[in-house]
Design a protein around this ligand. Sequence first.
Ligand code: GDP
Length: 453
Amino acid sequence: MTDKTIAAISTPAGEGGIGVIRISGRTAITIADRVFKSISGKKLCELDGYTALFGHIYSDDELVDECVATVFLSPKSYTGEDVCELSCHGGGLVLSSVLRAVLQEGASLAEAGEFTKRAFLNGKMDLAEAESVMGLISAKSREELRLQLSAKSGRVSKQISEIEGFLLELSANFAAFSDYPDEDLPELSEDNFKRLLSLAKNGLDALLSTYDSGKVLREGIKTAIVGKPNVGKSTLMNMLSGENRSIVTDIAGTTRDIVENTVNLGGITLLLADTAGIRQTDDKVETVGVELAKERLHTAQLILAVFDTSLPLDKDDEEILSLLSADNTVILLNKSDVGQATSVDQFKSFKTVMVSAKTGDGIGELEKAVKEISGTANLDPSAAVLLNERQLELAKKAHSAVAEAEQLLTSGFTIDAVGVAVDDALSHLYTLDGKRVTNEVADEVFRRFCVGK
Ligand code: GDP
């Protein structure tokens, strides 16, 4: 690949106990030796991999910082190349001075994602695993972290390799069939071709089926809390977010604007919006709030519709109910600690949960209902889950190529024609995991990374 040795600050901007400069490439250790003097007098180039020296960093003979320099020797490093990591004090000025010294000695500034790109190009990880590195860094919930870790450890790649295996076996069988069409071998029978195509299709179906719930785990769910005034929407919002952002009073119509907060409910991120109470009103300002709340009913992915269970349903409740759809709504019968004038049976097709936003009763049930309605209840985050639109599009293309191959085979087309569709499916999968990928695709993937990763 490239002869260039690259360097960058790998820790985030801002002040911290430690900041790391990572250097990778053929001359990484030589360059580090030029700026680093160990206390013991030993040189970094004398070290085995996975060992470290304590010493000082100098720039033009001027002391810059104390530092622990760790050496990783190719191929046993993150990038697969020789790598030296300089762990300095984590201050902006310190780190930029050390980086400048390293660049002066011949390293080039790394581009966004270049360390991981090198790891990919050196066969340390495939493209799907590399993509999960960024996901790991930006994970915001426990479940998302599990999802990304599973991809990083190769679950998606393994599943794709298995599907590629079925298609490769088919390709080989097709070649043998073309060469020896009269051989009566079981692996060259149409039944066996169909069996392999169906295994490939089932594998792709399984991958595609988890995408939407995986997306929910990665991106969170846009959620609106709706209900008439005074049913406890703001109390619920504050309880879920552990903050007093929404104003709670007995006076109806207090929340007129939309108050937003990101909360974690049982490992799922909810992008919550507390809306104004929906009711008939002549107050101009309140009317604007009511309209905004109704708008949210159309744009939110999940609705938490709150009703006061201590009182019978009234006209305002009935109107709200008529605006809801059971597909994306959880009904919350709030104030269960006060009394029960409504029952779960009144909301037949809806998922309905008794809660008390005041005491926290029923929150476990709410969590379960949200997981069920968002499709995440049955998702195993440690399973193979596609992680982004790029992966989804390629898996879909591979799926339709396999479906086409099946169609051609059953309609009596030649094996050559079926083989073209199978090769087409394989090439999409190879682009997905990066076994065969153009520079443009790889650049596009790594452009989204941060510098230093
Ligand atoms: P909103 O207008 O729907 O946002 O309602 P609020 O959250 O402002 O609550 C209205 C009143 O109901 C306040 O006095 C709350 O303290 C009270 N409240 C809310 N939830 C509960 C609950 O679960 N139990 C009881 N007893 N009171 C509640």
